[in-house]
Design a protein around this ligand. Structure first.
Ligand SMILES: Nc1ncnc2c1ncn2[C@@H]1O[C@H](COP(=O)(O)OP(=O)(O)OP(=O)(O)O)[C@@H](O)[C@H]1O
Ligand SMILES: [Mg+2]
Length: 701
């Protein structure tokens, strides 16, 4: 599997799925503006091609930005409070620290030479404007390209309107055949009717059609679909009827958005009633979705589940749904403007709340399946899947938190997703939501108990040991009140974790011991038993009981192998490298540390990777490879800045870190140490991991 996006320098641009037509002048214009200004906003009506043009531009200019071009899509985001998170997660920033999201975002961007594209800002203009202003102020080499139906109203913003495509007749000297709109129609027509060619016989009608559609790309694409059943002339004729109806009603010339409405409305009518209903219902999804989700959320007696596949295919054929397939499977997406239209219908049908509830139910069930499966052989699948479903999870959570009577479901959904918050790099977002949901559910309950230990876990992952302890203690006392013995055990595990982070080894050992003792008959390995064993081994190592620590870990690794569990096993490898280093078996230590870091690459586990690299720096130093060690120290300092609290603030780690620095300085001399350190500080996480894993051929030699 590929490395997660945030670790790569080149950015995260989506691929272009269909051919791109024309726009030479506009693209040149945009490049010029981008050269002169740090904020360019592309504006225009829905469906005119803002997103597509910007994506084309992004692919063209990507080589000019040393640190890549990054794309964040806000189309289906409803809560302006989540703009920062959405952008941070598009950038792949590990969301671990307990500081404000804006701080991390700014720090991560730092002096990176990069272009950030924020697609679809119009519904969150205020939030976007504030964020963009902040980012541009503190990040001197950053450029921002936004798309929005309206400008962000910032003083230094360059606004570039996207007009519709040229239509035949705009330039009398131009041949009809080379006109942009005509070209777009021909390209899409070719996809519908493979032997379609533009020729002298049909060019007149195609030109007329493009003029009628005002050169709006979305309208042209929707009309082209009609070729399956109609000739170009028939399309023009039918469209003329529609427009005269509309124009008759308003008695004025058709403004462009009415053209678009008409084109969409026409597509809508083309759909059979079941397709129309599905179109409306699918508008509850944020971003893309799987067929299985559509079946669960949208089916009922009016739309039987077994028909959904065919109906989805019908909507793909009519260009209403986009289809995306990759190694992880096939996903579908409603084109933005069409999703809005669907939403209006859903409101008219009075089904919005019911669909939102079903959407929530689906993601609740999915989260619970993920939770149950997390400790097994499909862990990476679930990691990838939940990352893909992130936008939908947010929408489901927002719905639950907003809807009276569903707030308890928000707790359940959030708690089931502990593996997403803790293991997949979204600790900060999880914390924010958990705190909101707990606030909305003040009455003592089992659901609350679970949310409390999850909150504690998340806070530990942020290095906030005091906060973690507080949540775990509260969990413990509420769990006793509701008689939830499982939560009592997990509370003790989480208290133990917090104690370890605070350096209270005795307390940690006692609490983790209790959690392990009461957990052994329990089949549930994660997040209680296995992490508790690994953490206990860390306590034992710190207390010098290396043999005991190692034998715990070796047993534990056996269980991981049997179960196919990878995530905790990578921590166990790391813990093993610590005991091996302490007993001067450096090559074995390096081997397990490397195995740990290799596994972490599959997950977005920045925290775990940095912890592994910390130990590797010490291993290299112990092996007298001081230059490599110093490079790692430089990279660590740089990368901890955005990942969270260095070494989680845990005394059993910070002391070793300081000693390692001193050792390297002494061995290399200050100047050579500094040079290696600075060189390391320029490496991103992917590069420093490659260095530590011995994948680069420039070790100390
Ligand atoms: N120059 C072009 N060449 C080919 N296809 C295009 C072009 N411009 C737009 N399209 C297509 O037209 C459709 C609408 O374009 P797009 O989604 O970019 O519009 P938009 O202005 O971003 O709309 P919205 O305001 O709804 O976000 C898309 O399917 C897009 O691929
Ligand atoms: Mg768009």
């Amino acid at each position: 599997m590929a490395t997660p996006t945030g670790w790569r320098r080149e950015g995260n641009l989506p691929a272009e799925l269909t051919s791109f037509v024309g726009r030479t002048r506009l693209l040149a214009n945009l490049k010029r503006h981008l050269g002169e200004s740090r904020l360019v906003t592309v504006t225009g009506i829905g469906g005119v091609g803002k997103s597509r043009t910007v994506l084309r531009l992004a692919h063209q200019v990507r080589a000019q930005y040393e640190d890549g071009v990054w794309f964040a899509d806000l189309a289906r985001l409803q809560d302006s409070g989540m703009v920062r998170h959405t952008i941070a997660s598009a950038l792949g920033i590990a969301d671990q620290s307990s500081r404000a999201a804006s701080e991390t975002l700014s720090e991560w961007v730092g002096d990176r030479d990069m272009l950030l594209i924020i697609d679809t800002c119009e519904h969150l203009v205020q939030g976007c404007a504030e964020l963009v202003e902040e980012l541009l102020e503190s990040n001197p080499r950053l450029k921002v390209l936004a798309t929005s139906r309206q400008s962000l109203h910032l003083p230094y913003e360059h606004v570039v309107p996207v007009p519709p495509l040229q239509v035949p007749g705009d330039d009398p000297a131009e041949s009809l055949f080379t006109n942009e709109s005509v070209q777009l129609f021909a390209a899409r027509a070719g996809a519908v009717v493979p032997d379609f060619v533009l020729d002298e016989r049909n060019i007149g009608a195609v030109a007329e059609l493009c003029r009628r559609l005002d050169g709006i790309p979305l309208a042209i694409e929707l009309a082209a679909v009609r070729l399956r059943a109609l000739s170009v002339e028939q399309i023009v004729e039918l469209l003329a009827d529609r427009f005269s109806l509309l124009a008759g009603a308003s008695r004025t010339a058709l403004p462009r958005h009415q053209t678009l409405r008409a084109a969409i409305g026409w597509s809508h009518e083309l759909c059979d009633p079941a397709e129309r209903l599905l179109w409306a219902r699918l508008s509850v999804f944020a971003g893309d979705f799987e067929l299985d989700a559509a079946r669960f959320v949208c089916a009922d007696e009016r739309l039987p589940a077994e028909r959904i596949t065919d109906l989805v295919t019908g909507l793909v054929e009519k260009s209403v749904l986009l289809i995306r397939s990759n190694h992880a499977g096939v996903r579908y997406k409603l084109i933005d403007t069409l999703a809005e239209y669907g939403e209006e219908w859903l409101d008219k049908l009075g089904e919005r709340e019911r669909m939102r509830q079903q959407h929530l139910d689906y993601y609740l069930a999915l989260a619970q399946r993920g939770e149950d499966a997390w400790s097994g052989p499909r862990q990476i699948y679930w990691f990838v899947r939940m990352r893909q479903e992130h936008d939908n999870v947010r929408v489901a959570l927002e719905h639950a938190l907003r809807t009276p009577g569903s707030a308890a479901q928000a707790l359940t959904l959030l708690s089931s997703l502990w593996f997403m918050w803790v293991c997949c790099g979204f600790a900060r977002e999880g914390r924010l939501y958990l705190e909101r949901a707990l606030h909305a559910n003040p009455g003592v309950s089992k659901e609350r108990c679970k949310a409390l230990w999850v909150l504690s876990y998340v806070r530990s992952a942020q290095g906030d040991s005091a906060g973690a302890l507080e949540a775990a203690e509260q969990c413990s006392s509420e769990a006793v009140r509701v008689g939830d013995s499982k939560a009592v055990i997990l509370a003790s595990k989480m208290q133990g974790t917090a104690a370890l982070l605070q350096g209270d080894l005795q307390k940690a050992s006692a609490l983790l011991g209790v959690a392990i003792e009461f957990n052994t008959d329990n089949k549930e390995l994660n997040p209680g038993l296995l992490p508790a064993i690994v953490e206990l081994s860390l306590v034992l190592s710190s207390q010098g009981e290396l043999y005991e620590a190692e034998s715990l870990l070796v047993d534990c690794l056996q269980v991981f192998r049997e179960r196919g569990e990878l995530w905790v096993s990578s921590y166990a490898q790391w813990a093993l490298s610590i005991t091996r280093l302490a007993t001067r078996r450096t090559s074995q230590a390096l081997e397990s540390a490397r195995e740990g870091v290799r596994i972490k690459r599959y997950f977005h586990d920045t925290l775990g990777t940095l912890l592994g690299l910390e130990t590797m720096a010490r291993i290299f130093a112990a092996d007298e490879q001081f230059e490599t060690a110093a490079k790692l120290l430089g990279a660590l300092q740089q990368n901890w800045r955005t990942a969270g609290l260095p070494m989680l603030g845990a005394p059993f780690l910070t002391g070793d870190h300081e000693r390692c620095i001193k050792e390297c300085q002494k061995a290399l001399g200050e100047a050579a140490y500094r040079a290696a350190f600075d060189e390391g500080a320029r490496l991103d996480l992917d590069e420093v991991s490659a260095l530590a894993l011995g994948e680069l051929d420039t070790p100390d030699a």
